[in-house]
Design a protein around this ligand. Structure first.
Ligand code: NVA
Length: 371
């Protein structure tokens, strides 16, 4: 007879409680996917990524994996259980009855795909065609948690069709220009339409009973409404950061460090009218220190603001990328112990320390921080 399942494996309600179990991504077989609407809209016009696609050079994959492995070992030494995805073959096309794209992306950033809320891990719809099957990299882990934890809820949001109706053709010119992009962002006119619910998990931040979700390129209002209906015991808040011409993923823009304290990208400030719940409850929103670099590393989708894409280990301890000296200094002044992690050569594979992880277990329960 099989032993009864009694263990809680999955539990995480916010971004800061003591971290005990996490998934760290891998760079294996990562591809720069071919052109497609939502991805093109995100690649800056002067980026070295434009017009390139194919498997990333092996030496860069090896280097990124070395850094991710070192990060995983460091976490294990601090007592955190670390799991890793099982990479699928990302060179295979993604084809459904509705679309075809020649290759997939990778599994370096689990945070983009998996949203952990309490005992649930939710696979996001995703909004890029090349990322439609990305959840498969994590299915062996989901099965394992399902077998081990009787309360684990494995959920998957409705897979979107991702036809051309999901994307505004206005965004598909290469030469839109930043001024136009900012004007559109201010009007909340993004590349994705409201055809069907779309969201990436990395547009969501967890504050106990409250979920804060960025409306932008990768998450539309229907996606946020879907989350609201899916989590009826939560309050779901829509946020916008009009200073961001490429608004995807909230975690280089708004970074909660502990109850009462959030870092905000000074180029992408949360508008005054969206600050009420923080002001009313005595939360401080401080400008993040600037990045230490003037440009992202080669073939990287993200901005230099991965400086603030940190992983909080507990309300007093935070992992900061090793070269991000100004961010580390600011953390120190804010009373956080800084753990330096060398990750910059892995940024191109999908982001920083927050992106390349997904919570499985943090101590603590669901609290109401904004009563
Ligand atoms: N919008 C982000 C993505 C960060 C994970 C950026 O600044 O590039």
């Amino acid at each position: 007879m099989e032993a009864p399942m009694t263990k809680t494996i999955v539990n995480s309600w916010n971004e800061w409680d003591p971290l005990k179990h996490v998934i760290v991504g891998r760079a294996d077989d990562c591809h720069i996917p071919p052109e497609e609407p939502a991805l093109d809209a995100k690649v800056p016009e002067d980026s070295d990524m434009r017009g390139q696609w194919g498997r990333r050079p092996q030496e860069t994959i090896d280097r990124a994996n070395e850094l991710l492995d070192n990060f995983a070992s460091m976490l294990e030494k601090r007592g955190v259980r670390v799991d890793r995805p099982t990479p699928i073959d990302h060179s295979l096309p993604a084809t459904t009855p509705d679309f075809h794209t020649e290759s997939q992306f990778g599994c370096m950033p689990p945070r983009d795909v998996l949203l952990t809320v309490g005992s649930e891990m939710l696979e996001a719809t995703m909004s890029y065609r090349c990322r439609w099957f990305e959840y498969l990299n994590y299915r062996p882990l989901m099965q394992q948690y399902f077998n081990e934890d009787p309360n684990f809820r494995h959920e998957s949001a409705p897979k979107p069709r991702l036809t051309d109706a999901d994307y505004h053709p206005d965004y598909l010119s290469e030469k839109i220009g930043e001024a136009k992009r900012l004007e559109w962002a201010a009007k909340k006119f993004f590349v994705t339409t409201e055809e069907e619910p779309l969201f990436d998990a990395a547009d969501v931040l967890r504050f106990g009973r409250d979920l804060v979700v960025q409306h932008g390129f990768t998450t539309n209002l229907k996606g946020i409404e879907w989350l609201r209906r899916h989590f009826p015991d939560h309050r779901v808040h829509t946020v916008n950061f009009p200073g961001d011409p490429y608004p995807i993923h909230i975690d280089a823009t708004f970074t909660p460090l502990r109850p009462g304290l959030i870092l905000n990208n000074p180029h992408r400030r949360l508008p005054e009218e969206q600050r009420k719940m923080y002001n009313d409850n005595g939360w401080e929103i401080v400008d993040a220190a600037g990045p230490a670099h003037n440009s992202p590393p080669p073939l990287c989708y993200s901005s230099t603001w991965l400086s603030m894409n940190v992983l909080v280990l507990d309300p007093k301890t935070v992992c900061v990328e090793k070269s991000e000296v100004y961010q580390a200094e600011q953390m120190d002044k804010l009373g956080m112990e800084v753990v330096e992690v060398d990750l910059r050569d892995a940024y191109a594979f999908g982001g920083g320390l927050h992106c390349c992880t997904a919570d499985v277990y943090r101590e603590g329960v669901c609290e109401d921080y904004f009563p």
